[in-house]
Structure formats: structure tokens, C-alpha cells
Design a protein around this ligand. Structure first.
Ligand code: UDP
Ligand code: MG
Length: 329
């Protein structure tokens, strides 16, 4: 193994054949100017396009490139975790492959690290090229998560951040499945500082986060950092019970005092439907937590590796036998 680099750049990649060459160019340019030793850890999250071929080509011409290939698409947050576990640097910088997180910020992040910070997280001041829908749902999400959880998760931050070795080691000990990495980073503590930046356009290609994945991500975030939704169910229950008591009292009052009998059909149906709805909702909330407990109890590895290539090239002279086929979890 070569000497430990100062900085590992961890980049999850999923079907990014269009941006990879440009990403490599920008990153190497920045890092050369910064005069910092570094490695590039690219994680192929089960891409189905030419991503893996391009990654291998990059490694063939540059030993600073390490490749991690997952056995299938495990999702961004897991790919990121796999990258953290294979990074060797004194610091780790996580960034997206699509160049929405400008690598030009990395030297400043390293500077803040040298001044004694353990985590330097990017705070998005503006989001270029993202639709009103993505921006507004993101805004609601970051406000909601801020309210719901007891850990302070900074608003408008993505996974673009620098972490020192102690933070990475701390994160590696967190083995939960439904991962919301930026929340976990907030949870581990240490000295953290924000660094404002403008989020750029995607350099090429399309978002790999369709609405369904975004929703999944948001639910994971809230459920893994808060039991408030469970308490919400109790609150709902009290509220509905209160209303039904009030309504019962009202009905008795009408019968006894005014002698009027209630036509009742409509109100009865509304009551039943409403109660049924609330019960299903509460069951659903409980189910979300239960499902996650089930996931954790199964204790499967977080991901499986198909291939891992790192360090000086000679080691892989005999190709076909990937360096490490075991699970890293
Ligand atoms: N990504 C991944 N696995 C996935 C989806 C996305 O590794 O299942 C990567 C993707 O290649 C990119 C980063 O995660 O480097 C962020 O994805 P994207 O830019 O599509 O998300 P957005 O910026 O639109 O939220
Ligand atoms: Mg993006």
C-alpha cells in the first residue's frame, strides 16, 4: 500500500457515463492546483451503462483512482457508505458525480480542516437548474426534519462535505440499514462548520433520484431520526376520541332535552369512515417502524462487493481474480 493520502474523494456513481470524464478532469485539475496528496474512490452503484468501463479506463491511467463496484444498485446512501469504508485518506470529501458540488471548494474545505474542524459541510445558497418542484419539496423537507428531530441537522446541506478520519471511523461504526448519512454525520458530533456555496447545474445526464426515490429518502430520514410520527398517532387517537365523546353528548342532549331524534345516517357513515381512516393511518405509521425493525433484525450486510481495485496497479496484474470479494459490512 502506498502512503496514506491527505484527502480521499468519495464519489458514488450510478449510470453517469456522460459526466465521468469531465468529473475526472475537473477534480484532477483542482487537486493538482491544491498540491495535496489524494485518492479518488469511485463507487459504481450497479450501473447498467458504460460507467464501469470508463472507471476502469481512468484507473488504468491513474493509480490514484480506486474502484469499488457493488453487486447491484444499492442506492446513493449505501454506495456512499461503501465509499467511506474503502477510503484511506486523512480526510474524506464526499461529492456527487454530476458536478453539482463544485470540486473547486475542496481546497477551502481542507483549509478549514487544517484550522481544526472535523466536518465541513456545504450549505447550498442557490440551486441552479433544479425545478420549482424539487426546490420546494427540498425546502419543506429540510424544515420538517429540523423540527422533528432532536439532532441538529443543518438545513440545505447535501452530502457534499469533508470529514476528518475520526468522524469517518465513527460513521463506520453506525451499521443501520435505512441510512440518512447527513443525519448520521450530524449525530456523531465533533467540530462542524458550514461552507456556503452555489449548487450548480448537473453537468450532463439526468437526475438519478426520481420522485419515488426522493420520497423513500425523506421517509427514511424522518423515521430513522424521530419517533414523533408514532406520537402523532397517539395525538390523533385522543383528538378523534374527544370528538366522538362530544358528539355522543350532543346526541344525548338532543334526545333528552329537545326530544328530536337524529336522522343520523350521514353522520354515522362519516364517523365510521373517519375512524377507519385514522386507524389505518396509525397502523401505517407503526408499520413503517416495524418494517425497519425487521430490516435491522435480519442484519444482512449493507452491500455486497463485486470488485475492488485499489493501490498500485501491479497487484492486479493477474486480473480476473478481483482483489476482494468479501462483504465489507
Ligand atoms: N446515485 C447513486 N445511486 C443511486 C442514485 C444516485 O450512486 O441509486 C449517485 C449519482 O450518480 C450521483 C449522486 O448519487 O453521483 C446524486 O444523484 P443525482 O445527481 O441524480 O441526484 P440529485 O442531484 O438530482 O438529487
Ligand atoms: Mg445531482
Amino acid at each position: 500500500m502506498s502512503a496514506i493520502p491527505t484527502c480521499s474523494l468519495v464519489i458514488p456513481v450510478f449510470n453517469e457515463e456522460e459526466v465521468l470524464p469531465e468529473l475526472y478532469r475537473r477534480v484532477t485539475q483542482v487537486m493538482a492546483a491544491a498540491e495535496t496528496s489524494y485518492e479518488l474512490v469511485l463507487i459504481d452503484d450497479g450501473s447498467s451503462d458504460k460507467t464501469w468501463e470508463i472507471m476502469q479506463r481512468l484507473r488504468a491511467s491513474d493509480e490514484r483512482v480506486s474502484l469499488v463496484r457493488l453487486s447491484r444498485n444499492f442506492g446513493h446512501q449505501i454506495a456512499l457508505t461503501a465509499g467511506l469504508e474503502h477510503a484511506r485518506g486523512e480526510t474524506v470529501v464526499v461529492l456527487d458525480a454530476d458536478l453539482q458540488d463544485p470540486p473547486e471548494l475542496i481546497p477551502r474545505m481542507l483549509e478549514l480542516w487544517r484550522e481544526g474542524h472535523d466536518v465541513v459541510y456545504g450549505v447550498r445558497t442557490r440551486r441552479e437548474g433544479e425545478g420549482i418542484f424539487k426546490r420546494s419539496t427540498a425546502a419543506v423537507f429540510y424544515r420538517l426534519i429540523g423540527r422533528l428531530t432532536s439532532v441538529h441537522i443543518p438545513a440545505d446541506t447535501g452530502d457534499f462535505r469533508l470529514m476528518s478520519r475520526p468522524v469517518v471511523e465513527a460513521l463506520k461504526r453506525v451499521r443501520e440499514r435505512n441510512r440518512f448519512v447527513r443525519g448520521l454525520v450530524a449525530w456523531v458530533g465533533f467540530r462542524q462548520v458550514g461552507l456556503p456555496y452555489e449548487r450548480a447545474h448537473r453537468a450532463a445526464g439526468e437526475t438519478k433520484y426520481p420522485f419515488s426515490k426522493m420520497l423513500r429518502f425523506a421517509v427514511d430520514a424522518i423515521i430513522s431520526f424521530s419517533i414523533l410520527p408514532l406520537r402523532l398517532a397517539t395525538g390523533f387517537g385522543f383528538l378523534v376520541s374527544f370528538f366522538s365523546f362530544a358528539y355522543a353528548a350532543h346526541a344525548v342532549y338532543l334526545k333528552v332535552v329537545t326530544g328530536e331524534s337524529l336522522p343520523g345516517w350521514a353522520s354515522l357513515m362519516v364517523g365510521i369512515a373517519f375512524l377507519g381512516g385514522v386507524q389505518l393511518l396509525c397502523l401505517g405509521i407503526v408499520g413503517e417502524y416495524l418494517g425497519r425493525i425487521y430490516d435491522e433484525v435480519k442484519a444482512r450486510p449493507l452491500y455486497l462487493l463485486q470488485d475492488f481495485q485499489s493501490g498500485p496497479m501491479a497487484k492486479e496484474a493477474a486480473r480476473g481474480a478481483p482483489a476482494d470479494r468479501t462483504t465489507a459490512a
